[in-house]
Design a protein around this ligand. Structure first.
Ligand code: TYM
Length: 336
C-alpha cells in the first residue's frame, strides 16, 4: 500500500495558513484514500523545539491532533497517528542522512535563511531540520506529502538525499514524487501559500506580530470576519486573480476557494471584474467565519482520551515500520 504522510509543528496556535495549506488538504486526501493507502499523521515534536513554544508543548501536541479530527478526519485502521519523539528511528535516521547531506544544500534552504536571518546565533536544529524532515518521510516510504508551498524545497531535498543514498548503497528508499505531482495529487493547480492579510507579499505566519495580519484557529468567528474586512487590497478597482499586481485580492480568492472547497477557477470567474472589493470581502468573511464556527464547535466534542488512544496504536505501528526501515539502512551502510 502506498503512503500519504504529513506533520504540523506544535509550537503555538495554528493559523488559517496551516489549516488551508496542510491540515485540510490532508484531511480531504485521507478521507478519499484511506481505504487503499496508509495515512500517516504525526506531530513533529522534535521539530517544534527548534523555536520557542507558546504555551505548553504537551497540550499543543494533543491539540494539533484534535484539529485534524475537528476538521473532519475519519479514522480507520489505515490511519496512523503518532508523535515523532516516540519513534526513536527518526532521530537515528536523521544522523545517517546528515552524513549524506551537504552543508551547501542545507544552507540553501529558504526556511533556514529566513529563520536565521538577523539572529546573532542560530541553533543547529534550525539548520538541520530539513534533514530530520527527510527522515520522517523516508522511514515510511511515503510517496505523497501534502504540505504548503513553503515546504516544497524540503521535498526536493528529501528526493535528492534518497536518490544519493540509493545510488551509493542500493535501492533502500522510496523517493517521494516531485512537487508538481504532489500538487496534482492534492487536486490543485499550484502549491498553497496563504498570504499575510496586511502585507500580502508575505506568507501568513504565526510569528508575525500584527494581530490583524493572521487568522488563528481559535479566533472568534466575528473577529476573523473583521480581520478579513480590514485586509489590504489595492487601488486598481477591479477583481482579478493576479498574485503579482493584486496579491491581496488574489489571496482572498484563494481563501474563498479552499474554505468552500470550490475550484479556484470557478471562484475567479464568479468574481472577475467586480469593482466593489467590499462585496468580495463580505463573502470571504462570511465563509471563513462559518468554517471557524463549525470547526470550533466540533473541536469541543473531542477529548484528550481519544487522542491518547490514537497515539497508542499509531506509535506501535510507526515503531514497527520505522525500525525495520532503519535496520535496512544500518545494514546497507555497514552499521549492522
Ligand atoms: P510547519 O509546522 O511550519 O507548517 C505546517 C504546515 O502548514 C503549512 N503552512 C502554510 N500553507 C499555506 N500558507 C501558509 N501561509 C502556511 N503556513 C504554513 C506548511 O507548508 C506546512 O505544510 N517541517 C514542517 C513540519 C514537518 C513535516 C515533516 C511536514 C516535519 N516533518 C514531514 C511533512 C512531512 C514544518 O515546519 O511545518
Amino acid at each position: 500500500m502506498k503512503t500519504i504522510l504529513t506533520g504540523i509543528r506544535a509550537n503555538s496556535e495554528l493559523t488559517l495558513g496551516n489549516y488551508l495549506g496542510a491540515l485540510l488538504p490532508m484531511v480531504r486526501l485521507a478521507n478519499k484514500h484511506s481505504k487503499e493507502m496508509n495515512v500517516n499523521i504525526f506531530v513533529p515534536d522534535l521539530h517544534s523545539i527548534i523555536a520557542d513554544i507558546d504555551g505548553n508543548l504537551q497540550q499543543n501536541i494533543v491539540r494539533t491532533i484534535k484539529y485534524y479530527l475537528a476538521a473532519g478526519l475519519e479514522v480507520n485502521d489505515n490511519v496512523h497517528i503518532y508523535r515523532q519523539s516516540y519513534v526513536p528511528a527518526h532521530s537515528e535516521l536523521c544522523w545517517i542522512l546528515n552524513c549524506v547531506a551537504t552543508m551547501g544544500e542545507t544552507s540553501r534552504m529558504t526556511q533556514y535563511k529566513e529563520k536565521s536571518e538577523g539572529r546573532e546565533s542560530c541553533n543547529v536544529g534550525i539548520f538541520d531540520y530539513p534533514v530530520l524532515m527527510a527522515a520522517d518521510i523516508l522511514l515510511y516510504s511515503a510517496e505523497y506529502v501534502p504540505i504548503g508551498e513553503d515546504q516544497f524545497q524540503h521535498i526536493e531535498l528529501t528526493r535528492n538525499l534518497a536518490t544519493r543514498f540509493n545510488n551509493k548503497y542500493g535501492e533502500i528508499f522510496v523517493v517521494p514524487v516531485k512537487t508538481d505531482e504532489q500538487v496534482k495529487f492534492m487536486g490543485i493547480d499550484d502549491g498553497i501559500r496563504i498570504r499575510d492579510l496586511l502585507n500580502p507579499e508575505k506568507k501568513m505566519s504565526k510569528s508575525t506580530l500584527a494581530e490583524n495580519s493572521k487568522i488563528m484557529l481559535d479566533d472568534a468567528p466575528e473577529k476573523a470576519a473583521k480581520k478579513i474586512m480590514s485586509a489590504t487590497t489595492d487601488s486598481l478597482g477591479k477583481v482579478k486573480f493576479d498574485m503579482f499586481n493584486q496579491p491581496g485580492i488574489s489571496n482572498l480568492l484563494t481563501i474563498e476557494a479552499l474554505v468552500t472547497d470550490t475550484p479556484l477557477q470557478d471562484v475567479i470567474s464568479t468574481w472577475a471584474g467586480e469593482t466593489r472589493y467590499g462585496e468580495l470581502k463580505k463573502k470571504v468573511a462570511s465563509s471563513v467565519s462559518t468554517m471557524l464556527a463549525d470547526f470550533q464547535a466540533h473541536l469541543e466534542t473531542i477529548d484528550d482520551k481519544m487522542v491518547f488512544e490514537l497515539f497508542e496504536s499509531g506509535e506501535k505501528y510507526a515503531n514497527d515500520i520505522a525500525t525495520k526501515k532503519l535496520f535496512e539502512v544500518q545494514k546497507a551502510v555497514g552499521l549492522r
